[in-house]
Structures are given as C-alpha cells and as structure tokens.
Design a protein around this ligand. Sequence first.
Ligand code: PLP
Length: 829
Amino acid sequence: MNASLSKKFATENNPTKSEIETLQRAIFDNLFHIQGKSPAIATKNDFYMAVAYTVRDHLLQNWLNTIQTNFKENVKIVCYLSAEFLVGPHLSNNLINLDIENSIYKAVKESGLDIQELIDTEKEPGLGSGGLGRLAACYMDSLSSLEIPAIGYGIRYEFGIFNQKIRDGWQVEITDKWLQQGNPWEVARPEASVTVNFGGHTEPYTDEYGVYRVRWVPEYVVKGIPYDTPVLGYKVNIINTLRLWKSEACESFDFQRFDLGDYYEAVNSKVNLENISAVLYPNDEPIQGKKLRLQQQYFFVSCSLQDMIRTHLGKNPNLDNFHEQWAAQMNDTHPAVGVAELMRLLVDIHHYEWDQAWKIVQNTFSYTNHSLLPEALEKWPLSVFIQLLPRIVEIIYEINQRFLERVHIKFLGNTEKLSNLSLIDESGAKYVRMANLACVGSHTINSVSSLHSKLLKETVLRDFYELFPEKFINVTNGVTPRRWIVQSNPRLTQLIKEKIGDDWIKRLDKLQKLEDFIDDSSFRHQWRIVKRAVKQDLADYIQINGGIQVDPTSLFDVQVKRIHESKRQHLNILHIITLYNRLKHDPNLDIVPRTFIFSGKAAPGYFMAKRIIKLITSVGDVVNNDPEIGNNLKVIFLPNYNVSLGQRVYPAADLSEQIATAGKEVSGTSNMKFSLNGALTIGTFDGTNAEIQEAVAKENFFLFGLTSSEVSKVKSQQYVPRHYYEKNEELRGVIDLISSGFFSYGDCDLFKPIIDNLLYDDPYLLLADYQSYIDCQEKVDEAYKNQDYWSRMSILNVARMGKFSSDRSIQEYCDHIWNAKPITIELQS
Ligand SMILES: *Cc1c(COP(=O)(O)O)cnc(C)c1O
C-alpha cells in the first residue's frame, strides 16, 4: 500500500464496520461463485476479478436506471462514434467515481490483500493508439459527469494496440491479449445483435406502391454483437454505456457449403468474418488500401446506427424525429461512411424519400476534424468500395451529384472547386474522400484548438469553409481531471484539497483559487515536497523496471507520446547530445542535472520512428554508463507507453516536451495533463500549446521555434538544412558524433537514415529550430536553479488549467453542436 493512498483515505469518512463486512463477504462470494476459487488457491488476478465484480455489482442498479430513462421519449442521446476508445484501467477510476474507495480499501485490507497490487493487476484495454482514442475516453467521462445521456460506439478489438518490448534497444511488438484473463467490466448482449451486409450486388425493383427501390443482395452477412461497459461520472447517479461491437459469422449463412460437404471451407469463411473486429490498426499507420479497415469502419457504424434506430422505434412511431433524439458525433473520418449508411437505412429499409432522409441525416451528424495533413486525409479506392459496399457507393454517388449541383450554382461552374469538393477524387485512380463525405453530411464541423481552427480554414477544408462557413466551429480539446489528477496524483490532489477544498474536481476553473496562496512560502515548500515524493515514486518504478538509478532531485524532462518524426523526439536527442558534448569538454560545467524520460510506441511499419527509438536507447546506453557524466544526465526509455504508464509519468514531470513542428500537432492533450500536474512546458507555438501559453501567461511557458506561418515560409523558400549544419559548430559536433558511430559501437550505417534525412531533407525543420530550442533549454536551466521561483510557476500552471477540462469541451459540444441537456436519474434501490 503506498503512502499516498493511505494518507488520502485517512481524511475520508469512515464506513461502518458492518458495511465493510458486507463488502468483504461480497468479494469472497464473487471469488467463489464467479471465479470458482477458494482464497487458498486464488491468484492475484482472481482476487482482482472478485473485487472488480463487487464494484460492478454496486453500479448495476444505476446503470439499469439510466438505460431505462434513455427509453423514455424526449431524451436526446449523444452518440460518440469513434474507432478508438483508450479508456485505461477501470477499477481505480470506478472506485473514485462511486466514492467507495475508502470502504473497498478497508474491506480489501482486512481480507489481507493489497488494493494497490490488485489495481496494478488490471490489464488495460488498449483499444486506441494515442491522443484520438484517449480524447474519446475523456469525453465519455465528462458526458457522464455532466449527466448527459450518451453512448460511446466503437469496436471491441480482440487484440488492441500491441504491447511494446524493447530488445537490444529496438521496439518489438507483442500481441495484446487483453481479454485472455476475462474482462469483468463488460456485459455481452447477444440478444441485441444486428447484421451487416458486405459485397454482392444491388437490384432495382418496384414495390407494391409502384415506387422504384433498390435492394442490396450481399455476398455475405456479418453479425455484430454488442458488449457494454458502464461509464461512470464523478459522484453522479447516471451511468452511460460504452457499446463496442464484436463481429461474428452468421451461423445460418453458409449452410449451403455445409450441405455440399465443404465443412472446412465454411469454417474458414466464418473465421474470416470474425476477423473484422480482430485487431486495431494504429491510427498513424498508412491506411490506404487496407480493406479490412474499411470493413471495420462500416461494420461498427452500421451496427451502431441500426441500434439507434431500433431504440428510437421502441419509443416513437417513426423516424421523422430521429435527429431530435440523437446526436451522432464522428470522431475523425473513421465513422464517416455512416452518412451514407444512415441514408441507406432510411431510404432502402424504412422507405423515406430522399430529401426527407437527407434532412434527418444532416441534422444528426457532426464531424470533428483531426488532421491538417492532406496526405493523412482518409480516402478509399473506389474499386474497394464497390467490391465491399456496392449499395453504399450508389448512395454516395447520389449524394455527390446533388451536392455538386449546388456547388455548381454557387461557384458558377468553377471546375477546380467542383473537383476539390467532390466526394470522389478523380485526379487519377478514383477514390472516395471520407472527409468530404463527413463535411457534406454534417450540420457542424469542428476543429480541436484555435490554431487548428484557423489552419483548417486556410488549408485542407478551405473550399468547404468557403461554401458553408456557418458549419465551422472550434471546440478546444480537454482532459478529465478525475483520471488525470485525482486518480493519478493522489498526493497533489490531497494538498490542493487541503488548501481550496474539492469543488475543482467538477469545476476545474476553481483551481484559480490556488493563486491566493502563491505568496505563501510554506505552501510553495509543501508543493515541492509533493513533487519530490511523486518523482521518487517514478524513480522507484524506473529502478524496478529498468534497473537504472535516477536522481529524484534532477530535473525530470519528459517526452511521452507516439513516436513520430513530426513530434520530433530526435530534436530532444540533439539537445541531450549537445549537453553531453558540453560536459565532455568541460566536466566542471555548471548545468542542472537532468533525467530525460521518453516513452511511446512507433507504428509497426514506420521505419524512421523505429530507428528514432533505437537512437534514444543507444544514446542512453552511452550517456548512462559514462562515469564522467554521472548523475548529470540520464536518458530513460520506458517501454509500452499506455494510459497506466501515463498516470505514473505525468505527475512526476518537471518539464513537458511539446516540441512538434508548428502546424503539425492539431491539439495535443498530454500537454494539458502535464500542466495540470505542475510541469512547465517547453513547446512550439502549435496546437493547444498556444492556448496553454495564453492561459498560464508567457512568463510561465518556455516558447521556442518557428511559428506555423514561418514554417510554411521557410518551406516555400527552398529550405537547405545543410546550411544550418555548416554554420552552427555545436550542431555540427552533435550530428558528426552520431554519424561517427559513437553511439552505435562504430557502426556508421545505423543512424545514417536519420542523419541523411536531417541534412538533405529535414521535412520537420529540426535544424532550423535547433538553436532556438537549445537557447530555450538554457532558460529552463536558469529558471530551475531558482527552485522557489520554479514552484511559483508550477503552481500558476496548475491554477490556470481550468479551461482544459474535458467538462468544458463537452459543455461546448452540448451547447453549440448537440443541443443536449442533462437528465436526472432517480436513486432507487
Ligand atoms: C494523453 C495521451 C496521449 C496523447 O498524447 P499527445 O502528447 O497529446 O500526443 C497518447 N497516449 C496516451 C496513453 C495518453 O494518455
């Protein structure tokens, strides 16, 4: 049991002895009846499961009450459609939200168990690859906490994001078998299954009223089985649902083959259909041409829309008012095929006329854009689309034709506009453009930071902005304070509660009250003690898991996120080697000792990203073992970055590295989590860095580098990275040291791809930003030397994070996009 938790519980109300005994009995009952184990032979996982089931039993009643309320008319339900939900472990989060941590802790302890150990036993569901999936999870948390009825719809991947191991300094991918030990948080609802068509052809026919219609004769049909997970809010009765779909073959479908005696072929094709929900493709993996991914998208969106329609018809006579009771938010373009699918369901199945159906569709959907890179906009080869979804293609063509007629009138036949806006890319081989489909089918299109909003209108969606400016709004991303401070940083939470109470947990802007204590030197002292203790926790973790001793008084300089050239982990490495060279030239140099902490996964097929990991670990091997360097520099790469690891790392950071090339990071959310835990940011003017800087004030933020417009300018003027190398002696020393094989046992080829890329191409402008970054890091050193001043800045960062709560984001979505209102769930027992 760690000290922070015991300290925290000591301040809470004491549950009665009989309450604790009841819980204890429930835990052992569940161990016996569900796990089929006696305490004598139970594993740690069995105990974890028993506790998890006990917690789940506590929430079932409210969950059912919420579901029943949703079946009443006039409740508007928000449906968050997302291919990823990176929810993180449930147990500890649910204990906090249910406000039963104290009693469960005591019941567990009196049973001779360690709650922290059980919490750490939970394998987190890796159903997302990074920021986009985590955003969906924070939004689900806030929807519940704001008591908005909501369903998160996605895919129940059997294998989530791979587990990363580091072998010889390289990333190795291991399959994520998160379901192997069972998942106590989900409930399968096979009775609510739906079916989804694929392949085949379409047939026109005339119905009994003489109306022309089309029927889709599929080649195969897949069953979608929903698995529901409760999503709790903070100390509220409402419990929303995360409904994830698993694919299965329809048993009846291949009977023909069984009859023909082709049993193995039939089983084989069954296996293929079950593969649809088998594996998560990382969001930054090149997607073009991955047929299975389009199948996944259509599968989960079709299941979800059918589910919504079925629920709707259970409480309404028809679908005329569908858009009044459902708001469907598309998290990026992955669910965009839903625009055409809802048209199909309305027109082909429910026999709506096109115009009325289109009105319903447009009033139902809204779309969140997450990309500024034209090459990252999703598009699918038309041929793949025709093969998999023949009826959907016809509908997309119909939508496109009607849409382009309007464009034609508006832009008086400007053919360039027509070809840019068209849902079909006809510049070469034909593609379906998912962002265009999402824009046309939505009533609102939102960006995720003010800077992104501006750039979006100037670049990738410029023509759409010109066509319907009224559709565009910005909703700056946010993170949930429940997971990202209350749960992950109990020490700091406790200190803040002692000073200003706890209303900030639901109203994050109340953190502002901390500013009243900024001149209180004993408060600043306590602040430092807490940070130091949290750093010690991480140092212990590093020692246990990596065998490297790090000094908790050194500056913890942290960059944890997906490994990507645009995020520039290698710029961070250039700084580390710069410091290394300086220390080697002058061992008495007065620098602030730093522990550099990296973590992050590279997409399995991303050559450069994987080599950057190897560079980080190789530099670490040299630096960490150089006796002349000692504790002045340590470089740590923590394997397998995920939510659980994030919860350990963010609270312990002094410095948050947010150093993407300006204009590449649309938002960023780790920057918010770091700041909320008292780290200061070194960052470019990019994504939400700009808004964080504005909130905390310039003097409490380390800004460096080119702005996005300067980046565009440099790029348009024939950027020659080699000139920076030639002119800057220190930079040259760094690059030459890598090239010489110094970090690779004399192997000059190992990092040549990285070096050549920097010297001859450098698309992410590392060399152009190098000096500015190094200079800014010196300012960080200066500031850190004055610990008391640093604490002041740290407190101000936390006090001014109010805006970055996902509660604020969700309130904006409710007010400006969804028109959704809170409901009250009556307490029953
Ligand atoms: C917050 C978070 C991210 C997003 O990090 P960025 O630095 O904003 O890209 C990615 N992965 C995990 C596990 C997170 O918790």
